[in-house]
Structure formats: structure tokens, C-alpha cells
Design a protein around this ligand. Sequence first.
Ligand code: C5P
Length: 421
Amino acid sequence: MNFWYGKHIVIGLGGGIAAYKTLELIRTLRTAGARITPVPTPAALHFVTPLSLQALCGERVRDALFLPEAPDGMDHIQLARQADLVIVAPATADLLARMAQGLADDLLTTLLLARRGPVVVAPAMNPAMWEHPATRRNVTTLQEDGVQFIGPEAGAMACGDEGIGRMAAPVTILEAARRALTPKTLTGRRLLITAGPTREAMDPVRFISNHSSGKMGWEIALAALRAGAEVELVHGPVTLPAPMGACCHAVDSARAMLDAVVPLWLDTTDRPGCDVAILTAAVADFRPTEQRQNKIKKSSGIQESTLELTLNPDILAMLSAWSGVATRSGRQRIVVGFAAETDAPLIHGREKLARKGCDLMAINDVSAAGSGFGTDTNAVTLIGRDGRTEPWPLLPKEQVAERLIQTITNLIHHPPRYGCS
Ligand code: C5P
């Protein structure tokens, strides 16, 4: 089920030019099945009209505190209580000041004062206003009150100035909103995730690689971040935007990936190694034995050529072998592999889990429709060290990721005792 389906979101709009971007946010949420109640301040209606809000939300625009048609005149209290989430976008300097003061001089500030659940705020203002000590004080006060901020971002402003003050993009606000609604079951845990393909160079212009897009690892990173985990994302060449809040390490070859993951998995002088490793990367099994300094030329008359290959290190097997080594955290660690198969997935998946020594193996038949490289869906069967097999239906990769993070969370909180009867 789509995360936003059936959720009730109040969207408060302050009087800033960024309000036009909020219309896109509303549209995205509505398309995803959320119910949106727009609450513009009087100033916001200079930038967007009640008609555009009403057309996008399919709901009457509430812009007055005292509405004769509200049965008991307590509309603001009902709204503050009923909504799953309140998003304020754009939040102007004036609106932040009024919120921080606890003023309730229009419908939006009144419902915010009556609100007890999560509130996400996306500020937008001139950089000088954002940096002003008064705004800084107000932001600190609101953060202490539990208000969650997203942005503002750096860039060119509508007024021509450059600096920090642009409202976060609708897609960024959406992710922050989702995080605000996700229980923090992995707070204090650090997850190492690998994603994407590796590139094994033959010469300065050619390489061996594969079709991995990195999408599965990206979705797992997002699901883990939503659950409050710290994420170390080691990835090969991909075209995806960095997941907000992840610590990204871009690499190219399998050996570079190994060099990046080892100090994250083992204790360093600074900190203990990660608690969980989820290796979705499609690591090239072999690399050209020789990497030529200059471009390989084709010689005239030669019809065939051979390329000598050398086996790459198996990162999954190495991390699994080290997972028994207790880190300073003293926690039991979990290693998850992903096996893309084209035939007899269960047989090959079980054999791989045993050979590589991981705790869980997520196997998918990449030759099946809708499953595998580059698709947005995946049909995964999860197998555990105890032989347990869980076939999952064809699901969006986002939902596969959520399920996997849920499974890992259960394992963390209720660890199995292998070898005990
Ligand atoms: O053997 P195969 O490539 O099918 O195994 C897939 C799993 O092993 C994935 O989790 C992948 O990230 C990992 N792997 C690895 N190092 C390799 C090859 C695969 O970590 N050299």
C-alpha cells in the first residue's frame, strides 16, 4: 500500500513567493492518495489563489479563524487534532516568529498552537532574514518545541540574491514529511549499504560492468534513514541523487568498494564498525588481469582476441567472516546479501548463503518480468540461515526495502540463536 494513501495532511502556507512550489507538493500528495486540507495565511493568498488550492485539494480553503458554518466554531482544534501531519510550506520569517511566540492571530497559527502531533516546517525567505539573529533564535525555540525543519537550501533567490533561503524542493519536503511519520526503530544503529554496479577498467577508455541501476540499494538506504538509522552508502557509478542524510562513498571498481567498506565494517580508533551490512551492489566477479596504461589498439588482420580475467575479492564473504568479530559496541551484527539469479533461484540462493556465510539472502530471478535490474519492482524470496524461506510478491522496490528493514529490525530486537535447540 502506498505510504500516503488515506493520510490526512494539513498544509499551511505562509505569504512567500515559494508558495507556488507548495502547489506541486499538494499535487504529489493528492496523487499518492492523501487528503489535503490547505490552510493559507491571509498573506499567502497574495501568491496563490483560493481557487488553485481548492482545485488541487478538492477541499474548501480554510483561511478564516471564525467560520459561521463550523458547527461549534472549533474548526481549528479539530484540524489540529485530526491531521496525521501538519506541513508549513513556505514558512516565512514572520510566520516562524509568530509560531515561536505562540501567537494565534489567524487560523494557521491557532491550529499550530493547538497541535500536539508532528509538524514539519519548510522555511523560505531572503538569506539576510534567515541569518538574522531574531530568526536564528526563533528556529532554535521551535526546534526545542519539537518542530522539524527541512531546508532552506542554498541557491539563487527570486529577489536576485544568492545564499541560504530557498524553500526545499517538494520531493525533499515529502521525504522529510515521511520521516516525521516513521517510527524510529533503528535509532543508534549504523547500516552499511552497497549499491549499483562496479566498473573494471581494461584501459583508460573501456571497462567491464553490468546493468545495475542502484535503485534497490537506494530504497533500502531511504527506508533505513526513515527508521532513524545512520547510513553509510558505498556505491558504484549511478545516476541517482544522494539520499538525504546518507553518508555517500562513490567508488568504481570492486577493489575500491572493498577498500571503502572495510574501515566502515571494522572498528576504527574513532568508532565501532557498522551494525548491519546490506550488500545490494552488483559487484563484478572478475576484472581484466591487466589494466593497460594506453588505449588497446586493434591490429589489422586480427579477427579474435581474448581478455584474461582475474577473480575479484568477494566482499560479502569477507564481511560475513568478520561479522563474528565483536566490535566495541558488543552488538551482534547482521549481514544481508542479494543474489540475482536467472535459473533455479532457490537452489542457487541457498548454496550462496551457505558459501558466503551471511545471515539473510534476498534472491530474485532477474529474468522474471518486473524483477531485477533497472525496474521499479522486484520479486524477492528471503532465505535465512535457519533455512526459513519467505517468498514475497512482486512489489515496488520501495516496499521491498521497507519489508527488509522491518525484518532486520525484528532480528536486531529478537536475535535468533543459531545452533541452539
Ligand atoms: O555471487 P553473486 O555475485 O551472485 O552474489 C551476490 C551477492 O554477493 C551480492 O550481495 C553482492 O553484493 C555480493 N558480492 C560481493 N562481492 C563480489 C561478488 C558479489 O560482495 N565479488
